[in-house]
Design a protein around this ligand. Structure first.
Ligand SMILES: Nc1ncnc2c1ncn2[C@@H]1O[C@H](COP(=O)(O)OP(=O)(O)O)[C@@H](O)[C@H]1O
Ligand SMILES: [Mg+2]
Length: 237
């Protein structure tokens, strides 16, 4: 049996209530350890998970919960794609825990390298707690929806972050677009780094080219961009 078939079989077997409990347990631990006091409201309900605004002491935090039960096989196989499957136990819960940990570790690497990402705070099971990007009234808008004063300035910042990401953190985002950049106080903040790969990954160059293409397509509506020069800038450091 291929590992995909094996995972699919396991997914069917583990369908049910068991792993919803895992989410509750992780939440419970985060609350007991003082990372979350209360959940305010959902910011986003995605295919693979939900993001909530929550509070800790007097601060807001963002809580990203990867769904265990209803994650589709497509997303599960995406989770496995970049990791040698034998490293992670092949049940749904272990795969998703490993995925959340991967996003948390990527956030740490990027934060330490000086890329503007939400500051990582805690990870427990399938849950990540990170800095909340937004105001008291509302979460920061995506770049695609934001009111931007100076596209050139924002593009230059993004260009710089992608360069630092590649050379200092040794990572390629791999799902980069105007859908995964928040605009907060006129500054871009990069999010959603679960699928982010090491630049040593055999797919890294392909992903980087796609990232560059996607974001170029967006900014071209407002400013002129030489895509090849942009890519070279990132690669040459
Ligand atoms: N730290 C954060 N602060 C505020 N909003 C966030 C934060 N992280 C994510 N979001 C919101 O949640 C949405 C989903 O998060 P994301 O990490 O992109 O997951 P996915 O796209 O896989 O559902 C984002 O589009 C954004 O609106
Ligand atoms: Mg996203």
């Amino acid at each position: 049996m291929t590992w995909e078939a094996e995972v699919e079989k396991l997914l069917r077997k583990t369908e049910g209530e068991v792993f919803e409990k895992a989410t509750l347990q992780s939440l419970w631990k985060l609350m007991n350890n003082g990372y979350i006091e209360m959940i305010d409201f959902p910011i986003s309900t995605g295919k693979e998970g939900n993001v909530f605004r929550a509070r800790c002491k007097d601060e807001f935090v963002a809580v990203k919960i990867y769904r265990i039960n209803t994650a589709t096989f497509r997303s599960i196989s995406k989770y496995l794609m970049y990791e040698p499957p034998q490293k992670v136990k092949k049940d749904r819960r272990s795969i998703i825990f490993a995925w959340a940990l991967k996003e948390f570790n990527n956030l740490k690497k990027l934060y330490n390298a000086g890329v503007r990402v939400p500051k990582p705070i805690a990870r427990e099971g399938n849950i990540i707690v990170m800095e909340y990007i937004g105001t008291e009234e509302q979460p920061a808008p995506l770049l695609k929806d934001a009111e931007v004063n100076d596209y050139k300035e924002v593009f230059e910042k993004i260009k710089e972050y992608l360069r630092i990401m590649y050379h200092k953190a040794n990572l390629v985002h791999a799902d980069f677009s105007e859908y995964n950049v928040l605009m907060h106080e006129n500054e871009p903040v990069i999010i959603d780094v679960g699928q982010t790969v090491s630049k040593e990954n055999p797919m890294a160059m392909e992903f980087l080219q796609r990232d560059v293409k996607n974001i170029t397509r967006f900014f071209r509506k407002y400013i002129e961009i030489d895509e090849q020069e942009f890519l070279r800038y990132i690669l040459e450091g």
